[in-house]
Design a protein around this ligand. Structure first.
Ligand code: SF4
Length: 270
């Protein structure tokens, strides 16, 4: 059975939680912070998925007009994401308008940065439509599914940036941002996607990024992909496979802060 990349990062967080979720089929109740995170994450997915259509239809030179187009579309994507998550939003006692208000500055910052990129390209090369899209660097592909028999691994990378001579995986994350670098589980995810890209698309990957969405402006952190990281990922795939075949739950994790925030706490610590 192929191991999913998200299971690798879940294992790093707490092997016991992964076991209880996948083997014992326990479900964590929704939390407001997770619901808000899902809305932002889904909005970014819409933004990436629809970028080609937006770019190909741009007919203006100036930044302000392009920014207006992006703002309008991105606001629609945020509303769509809120509406798709409406039941969960209500279940955790949030108001849809508050969810919109909190997410909007970040989404608008994304509209601005995309408008800046496009307007500078148009002003430099004076191209529109298909030609503009073909020339655009980086080209962003979202939700790219990758699967490898030889690695016994599968996953869906949030965002794949395609440059002339390389692919760069990008993960979108909500939640607390580390003071420096990235959380270990996020590093493993990028390492796993790098392995998958190399195996499936045949292109070397030397770096990846994690975009932390929970701040006034998106924070991008770089991860260098080296042989040590790749080896770590392969070892982890074996450990997760063993865990899923095991009859015994792993011990309670040592970091009690994780347990305090864990939705499976009652079942787990009983
Ligand atoms: S309560 Fe702690 S040990 Fe148990 S699943 Fe949650 S994080 Fe892991």
């Amino acid at each position: 059975m192929k191991i999913s990349v998200t299971h690798l990062s879940a294992y790093i967080y707490c092997p016991r939680k992964l076991y209880l979720t996948l083997v014992k089929r326990l479900e964590e109740p929704p939390k407001d912070v997770l619901v808000k995170g899902s809305v932002r994450h889904e909005t970014y997915e819409f933004i990436n998925k629809n970028d080609e259509g937006i770019v190909k239809n741009i007919r203006d030179f100036d930044f302000d007009s392009i920014f207006q187009v992006y703002k309008q579309k991105h606001s629609r994507f945020l509303k769509k994401s809120i509406s798709r998550n409406m039941q969960r939003i209500k279940k955790v006692g949030l108001s849809p308008s508050d969810v919109f208000r909190q997410a909007w500055p970040l989404v608008m910052a994304e509209s601005r940065s995309r408008a800046e990129l496009i307007s500078s390209f148009i002003q430099k090369y004076e191209v529109f439509g298909d030609e503009l899209w073909d020339m655009l660097t980086p080209r962003i592909m979202s939700e790219v599914r990758l699967e490898s028999e030889s690695l016994q691994l599968k996953g869906r990378v949030d965002c794949l940036e395609k440059y002339d001579d390389e692919y760069v995986p990008v993960e979108l994350k909500t939640g607390q941002i580390p003071k420096q670098g990235v959380w270990p589980s996020h590093k493993i995810q990028i390492g796993a996607y790098a392995l998958l890209i190399e195996d499936v698309l045949g292109s070397n990957v030397c770096k990846g990024y994690v975009d932390y969405l929970d701040s006034a402006s998106k924070k991008r952190r770089k991860i260098v992909v080296n042989p040590f990281l790749k080896h770590e990922v392969q070892e982890l795939v074996k450990r997760v496979s063993d865990l899923l075949r095991s009859d015994h739950a792993p011990p309670v994790c040592k970091n009690r802060n994780k347990c305090l925030k864990c939705g499976l706490r009652e079942h787990c610590l009983k």
